[in-house]
Design a protein around this ligand. Sequence first.
Ligand SMILES: Nc1nc2c(ncn2[C@@H]2O[C@H](COP(=O)(O)OP(=O)(O)OP(=O)(O)O)[C@@H](O)[C@H]2O)c(=O)[nH]1
Ligand SMILES: [Mg+2]
Length: 308
Amino acid sequence: MHATFAQRSTPGVASAVAVFEVAGDVDAACEALGFTAPTIGQASLRTVPNVDTLLAIRPSASVLLLTPHGGVQVCRALSKALLNAGLSRSDAAPAWPEASTDVEARMLTALGHARGERAVAHLLSQPSRWAADAEDVPASTARELDRLLHPPLVVATGPANVGKSSLANALAGRTVARVADRPGVTRDAVAVDLELDGLVVRWLDAPGVDLSDDAVLAEAQALARRAIEAADLVIWCQDGRADGGGPEPGAGDLRIATRADLSKDAPPSWADVSVSTVTGRGLESLARLVRQRLVSDAALAHSGAWAF
Ligand SMILES: Nc1nc2c(ncn2[C@@H]2O[C@H](COP(=O)(O)OP(=O)(O)OP(=O)(O)O)[C@@H](O)[C@H]2O)c(=O)[nH]1
Ligand SMILES: [Mg+2]
């Protein structure tokens, strides 16, 4: 069968209705999809099994417009049904002669942009899952897996002079932010892409939250607060020896006790992990915790097909 399809409405964006255009051998395409082709020049209600009941409009012999409900999941399911029926995507990636399926071609294109060990491994496993008609991963899992391709924003915040910038440098393995033993060193937040436990994240090293000595710093803090609102994960950093007690309840999604080498005591009970940028202690655990909070072990272990 020679038939192609393209989603004409914006993929990945929910709307009242979506529009898919099928071109080529429309009769064979409809048969493969499990319904009778509409008469040329007419619009009829049709049901794509397990997907949706939709309006099928046939303006000419070789063109069919399908207008399902516009939810993201419905569109994904229809794309999958069209691929399974033997149609190829005309809006697919550039040609990959070595690809034997449309999904493989899309995977090769995605691979070209993918960064991070886990993104690559997960993309490589998709064509066989699609070929085996594996169930779709649930929407919540897809949202986590999408972070493998679109680096999530992580903001490190906390009091001044506790080692936030030193942490960014230690995780990056190079100097990305200035460090000094006095509060207020970081002004404008410094952003760096880091691979943490196989996941690339955009790490933002924010200025200390507890200083208000000048207008420039106050402005930098206001910008950082906006970044925190948009963040996928907020990391609260505080010196593990803090006498004033632990962080306020709700400070950060993950709480780190810093400068662990300076304390002989057990890590404070408020901390999810205790780190030292001098000895390297806790850095690997921190990387794993960050990755797990953003892309859970359960999402990575899900055997379903991911519409990457
Ligand atoms: N002993 C020890 N010192 C550290 C550690 N991490 C950072 N420091 C020191 O702590 C001081 C402050 O470090 P920064 O990384 O600049 O702290 P910051 O939180 O970014 O500070 P601001 O940008 O001013 O908010 C510096 O003198 C660092 O060398 C650590 O793990 N152990
Ligand atoms: Mg700093």
